[in-house]
Write a protein that binds this ligand. Structure first.
Ligand code: SF4
Ligand code: SF4
Length: 119
């Protein structure tokens, strides 16, 4: 899946439960005035987890894909006992790489099942 992902961010942009944004500061030439505004961001874009000093905690697409699935199906379950996904399917319909959320989840569940069998 991570080989196919184009890191375009479309899946998060259409998701009704994604809300991440960045803060942009624009300073005017007088160096006294400017504006600060919010801009949509996406955890699937390469600079999303970049911090001061240049370190990027999720530089690889695979790490960003994993984060997205954890963010929808793992972290909220442990914290709020619910998924952060409505099942609307918008992410799958908009994905240019044809990555289907339902198929990925099914494959992950299968992997979990088979690893449970091996214990
Ligand atoms: S829409 Fe598809 S290709 Fe684009 S970032 Fe999401 S999973 Fe990757
Ligand atoms: S199926 Fe889930 S992850 Fe995909 S767009 Fe809908 S709410 Fe978001």
């Amino acid at each position: 899946m991570e080989e196919r992902c184009l890191a375009c961010g479309n899946c998060t942009n259409v998701c009704p439960t994604c809300y991440c944004f960045d803060i942009i500061d624009e300073i005017e030439l007088d160096m006294k005035t400017g504006r600060r505004y919010r801009r949509w961001d996406s955890c699937q874009l390469e600079p999303f987890a970049k911090v001061a000093g240049g370190e990027n905690f999720r530089k690889e697409r695979s790490a960003r894909q994993r984060h997205r699935y954890y963010r929808k199906f793992r972290y909220p379950v442990s914290k709020f006992a619910r998924f952060f996904c409505t099942g609307c399917g918008r992410c799958s319909r908009t994905c240019m790489a044809k990555i289907n959320l339902k198929d990925v989840l099914s494959a992950l569940l299968k992997e979990m099942d088979s690893s449970l069998w091996k214990r």
